[in-house]
Design a protein around this ligand. Structure first.
Ligand code: APR
Length: 241
């Protein structure tokens, strides 16, 4: 790992997380045998066409997932990344594909949700987004423009552009260490980040099992996130002490 030419001398870090980091908090992943896409089809709840065809069904799917957040808490992996965020003197960006709020509640600040957030709603009439805890429905009025029937979950669906890509690409261009945690490496553009940085940044995968991107990384550690992520963070901080 090359020390970055920033003022602190600490390498710049980009961390990408996926559903696997939240699994031990009790939230399902997508492609594991008990995953969400084994219960419901992407085409029925996670595309703009699904929303046009049956908005109530899509709203109900995300209302149920939003309601689950009240029953789960950040786990040791989320908390370890929040501690790294607090203590890392160099640049650090946590990019999550997850739409849960567990990184936020753990205390991560240098955090971007590239697939949106269950706890935000998006008005398609005025484009405003709002913090959101309640159910969303076709009668929901936008707090900004009062239009009814145009509020949707602030979730990036398949076929839509992920959020914050300029900031993410800028961080990837400068990163010296890229860590992928709890993601199967099936969905782009996130799945392409490791190929983008390999060769000029050290690349690490922390996952329960090999992913689609394991063959591209310099180092892979396999095991449950609540064990391997705190170990990884402790080692990283010890090497900087
Ligand atoms: N600890 C670490 N990794 C785990 C754990 C665990 N306890 N449990 C599961 N995993 C790993 C799985 O081995 C798998 O590689 O987490 C990964 C989860 O993969 P997916 O279910 O495909 O989830 P993710 O990679 O986040 O999906 C990416 O796809 O459906 C879209 O928008 C959705 O953001 C999501 C994107």
């Amino acid at each position: 790992m090359t020390d970055a030419p920033n003022k602190t001398g600490a390498p710049n870090i980009v961390i990408l997380t996926g559903a696997g980091i939240s699994r031990e908090s009790g939230l399902a992943t997508f492609r594991d045998p008990d995953g969400i896409w084994q219960q419901v089809r992407i085409e029925d709840v996670a595309t703009p066409e699904a929303y046009r065809r049956d908005p109530e069904r899509v709203q109900a799917f995300y209302n149920a997932r939003r309601a689950q957040l009240a029953d789960v808490a950040p786990n040791a992996a989320h908390l370890a990344l929040a501690e790294l965020d607090r203590r890392w003197p160099g640049e650090l960006l946590l990019v999550t594909q997850n739409v849960d709020d567990l990184h936020d509640r753990a205390g991560s600040r240098r955090l971007l949700h590239m697939h949106g957030e269950l706890r935000r709603a998006w008005c398609r009439a005025c484009d405003a987004t709002h913090p959101w805890d309640e159910d969303l429905g076709m009668a929901t009025a936008c707090p900004a423009c009062a239009t009814m029937g145009r509020m949707r979950p602030h979730i990036v669906w398949f076929g839509e552009m992920p959020l914050h890509m300029d900031a993410i690409e800028a961080a990837l261009a400068r990163c010296d260490l890229f860590v992928s945690i709890g993601t199967s490496g099936n969905v782009y553009p996130a799945a392409g980040f490791v190929a983008e940085v390999r060769g000029r940044a050290e690349t690490v995968e922390l996952n329960l099992e090999p992913s689609e991107g394991t063959h591209l990384v310099d180092r892979a550690v396999h095991g449950p996130a609540t064990r391997i992520v705190p170990d990884f963070v402790a080692d990283l901080l010890a090497r900087r002490a």
